[in-house]
Ligand binder design. Structure first.
Ligand SMILES: [Ca+2]
Ligand SMILES: [Ca+2]
Length: 168
């Protein structure tokens, strides 16, 4: 943080050097880019110190979550484990949305830590977006198709999907 902000390369180096991912594979540049853009509150295109602190706190939670829900200790999160992890984070997703998430973030049914974090960052960004729009009434909300377009890159169809968020 010499110049106050880090880009994706620097973030990757920083997280790798800190040994954050432990025995899991280091974060890809892609995931680092996603982390920066999703938490870039001041739209600087880089990650400032306060954004980094927020990310680090979130990462710790996700890592704990990942380890806890990897019940068979395979080092990856499979479908059933993902359902439980998502519920624990306060989300409720329909089986159909889960299918799409598995398709997007897993490799042959296994979600690695790197992709898990990318998914968590995205979910969190969606939640923040909803909070900003103040439509988290009754603690549950269904995301509209456009909000989860990241989940469906192939089929363009307009429909509401049942990705629901519980109260935080
Ligand atoms: Ca920034
Ligand atoms: Ca597992």
């Amino acid at each position: 943080f010499q110049d106050g902000e880090v880009d994706a390369d620097e973030l990757q180096t920083c997280l790798t050097q800190s040994g954050f991912t432990g025995s899991y594979a280091p974060f890809s540049l892609d995931t680092c880019r996603i982390m920066i853009s999703m938490l870039d509150k001041d739209y600087s295109g880089k990650m400032g110190f306060s954004e980094f602190k927020e990310l680090f706190t979130a990462l710790n939670g996700w890592k704990q979550n990942f380890t806890t829900f990897d019940r068979d200790r395979s080092g990856t999160i499979e479908r059933l484990e993902m359902t439980q992890a998502i519920n624990a984070m306060g989300y409720h997703v329909s089986p159909r949305v889960l299918d799409v998430m598995m398709k997007r973030y897993s490799r042959e049914g296994r979600i690695y830590f790197d992709d898990y974090v990318a998914c968590c960052v995205k979910l969190r960004a969606l939640t923040d977006n909803f909070r900003r729009r103040d439509i988290l009434q009754h603690g549950r909300v269904s995301f509209q198709y456009d909000d989860v377009s990241f989940l469906q890159e192939q089929t363009r169809q307009t429909q509401e999907v049942e990705l629901q968020v519980k109260i935080y």
